[in-house]
Write a protein that binds this ligand. Structure first.
Ligand SMILES: Nc1ncnc2c1ncn2[C@@H]1O[C@H](COP(=O)(O)OP(=O)(O)O)[C@@H](O)[C@H]1O
Ligand SMILES: [Mg+2]
Length: 248
């Protein structure tokens, strides 16, 4: 099962990825987490120290240049060995830190971008674990083939109009690319005080409360798996997992 997690900055994508992976890992499932945000924080959220974390693949220039070549870029570089060589492991979770995938023409390093895209496509299309990809924003930087290989998109939103507008835009883009399972998580929001008119075209909607303990703990400890309160999310992730496993 391959799931992309998208949404506006700061809404809780990394938090949702880490918690969902933790939930699945406690159920005995193997998870490969991909941090595809240029401001990579998923490792810290999982409790790895800075020293334990690998540098993002996007910064492994020697590796990238040796695989992609110089001059004419090899768009099909060898990548199969990368997940095992560069990931770190915690319980049943493996974490691969990619770094951000850039939009074409944004002054990006083309070699690195070609390598990251090939690596992500490989992971999504060939690996057997549950894959969760923590994205920087929307899905527009992923290749079509990669998006087509995804089984579902989770869009995280705060309960604000602006955040929800971004969520709906991302969902529309996913629909155009053929993704049919679009899950909306309203994070930091209390369902009972909810005042939105309609939920867009999402196929599944969940709510995660605003958790003051998370904010309090974040001042001294970036590991969000250290708060017991996270387990109130277990039924939410259980329902989402059931929804994802449902036959179309
Ligand atoms: N349910 C929640 N309740 C309270 N704070 C939250 C909740 N979810 C996330 N946060 C906080 O919001 C901030 C942004 O979360 P993060 O997961 O890093 O967002 P993103 O990856 O989308 O940028 C963090 O400080 C995080 O602790
Ligand atoms: Mg993040």
């Amino acid at each position: 099962m391959k799931i992309a997690v998208a949404g506006k900055g700061g809404v809780g994508k990394t938090t949702v990825c880490a918690w969902f992976a933790d939930f699945l890992s406690r159920q005995g499932k193997d998870v490969l987490l991909i941090d595809a945000d240029s401001n990579a924080t998923l490792g810290l959220a999982l409790g790895f120290s800075e020293g334990q974390l690998p540098v993002p693949i996007s910064e492994e220039l020697e590796l990238i240049n040796s695989r992609v070549g110089s001059g004419i870029i090899n768009l099909n570089p060898k990548v199969e060995d990368i997940p095992e060589r560069y990931s770190v492991k915690k319980e049943n979770i493996k974490l691969l830190v990619l770094g951000g995938i850039k939009a074409a023409g944004s002054g990006c390093s083309c070699n690195a971008n070609a390598f990251l895209k090939a690596l992500l496509a490989h992971v999504v299309l060939e690996r057997d674990e549950i894959i969760l990809v923590d994205l920087e924003g929307g899905i527009e930087h992923l290749g079509r083939g990669t998006v087509e290989g995804m089984d579902a998109l989770i869009v995280v939103s705060e309960p604000t109009l602006v955040s929800f507008k971004t969520a709906k835009n991302i969902s529309s883009m996913a629909t155009e690319l053929g993704l049919t399972k679009r899950i909306l998580i309203f994070n930091k929001s209390d369902k009972d005080n909810f005042d939105f008119n309609g939920y867009g075209d999402f196929d599944n909607i969940s709510f995660i409360d605003y958790l003051p303990d998370l904010v309090k703990m974040g001042m001294s400890n970036p590991c969000i798996l250290d708060i017991e309160q996270r387990k109130i999310c277990d039924p939410i992730f259980s329902d989402i997992f059931k929804f994802l496993n449902k036959e179309d």
